[in-house]
Design a binder for this molecule. Structure first.
Ligand code: HEM
Length: 212
């Protein structure tokens, strides 16, 4: 049996490495996506200013986007497999109880953001993490569809056509960007969580027994 010294940390090394690689991938994907968007806007009159874009023109932004894409796809796939195989997703992101969700939203609106026990995510956190993981999957699928619409014509049709896939891709970006604003703000408001995501956090013998 693992004791308090050898038990795994709240965020084991693979989770930390994948989390920060993912943050890096998003830092490349989002602003380069804005650069590509400017070439053929979806919302008329909406352009991203130069300082928000990665790449000085659309073709350069596209190169950045494809470079980040491989990191996001491979690292995201590794995180999904890890989360499912080790049981991390089930143990840390489920269950989400509606009553707990309502109570957490109410507390947050009253600026009562308690996170005394780092080893337990509150219901809103669980929901947000599930939403952002699904949004990441949707981004990869819709991105593949608009990258290779001829070879993946079946996928494009399943998504409702090329323009619908584009809209889905744009919507996914908006969800992830919105998540990031809240996520980073909360991490800065409760810096212990940030330190835990860097150094591993407390050892948790009982909850994550099957993780390396
Ligand atoms: C600079 C950017 C980021 C910072 C400062 C940050 C910070 C953190 C912190 C502190 C935690 C632990 C939260 C806690 O213990 O209460 C966490 C977890 C998490 N973050 Fe981030 N994060 C960033 C970027 C991202 C990005 C880009 C994504 C995805 C799009 C993301 C998705 C997640 C997920 C899914 C978890 C839960 C991980 C797990 O327990 O398996 N984060 N993040």
């Amino acid at each position: 049996m693992r004791d308090a010294v050898t038990a795994p940390r709240l965020h084991p090394v693979p989770v930390r490495v994948m989390h920060w690689l993912n943050a890096l991938a998003m830092l490349v994907m989002i602003p380069s996506g804005w650069g590509i968007y400017n070439d053929d806007v979806i919302i008329r009159g909406t352009l991203f200013p130069d300082w928000m874009r990665l790449g000085s023109w659309a073709a350069e932004s596209l190169l950045w986007h494809f470079a980040g894409m491989w990191l996001l796809m491979l690292n995201g796939l590794a995180y999904l497999v890890y989360g499912l195989v080790t049981g991390r997703f089930r143990e840390r992101l489920l269950p989400i109880r509606p009553r707990e969700l309502v109570a957490t939203v109410r507390d947050t609106l009253r600026l009562r953001i308690a996170h005394a026990d780092l080893t337990v995510y509150n219901a809103v956190q669980k929901l947000l993490y599930i939403v952002v993981i699904l949004a990441g999957v949707a981004q990869v699928v819709s991105g593949l569809a608009i990258w290779k619409p001829v070879q993946l014509s079946g996928l494009v049709a399943a998504l409702g056509g090329f323009q619908a896939a584009r809209l889905l891709h744009f919507g996914g970006m908006a969800v992830i960007t919105g998540f990031l604003v809240v996520h980073v703000a909360l991490a800065l408001l409760v810096p212990r969580t940030l330190w835990a995501m860097l150094a591993g956090g407390p050892r948790v013998a009982s909850r994550l027994r099957r993780q390396p």
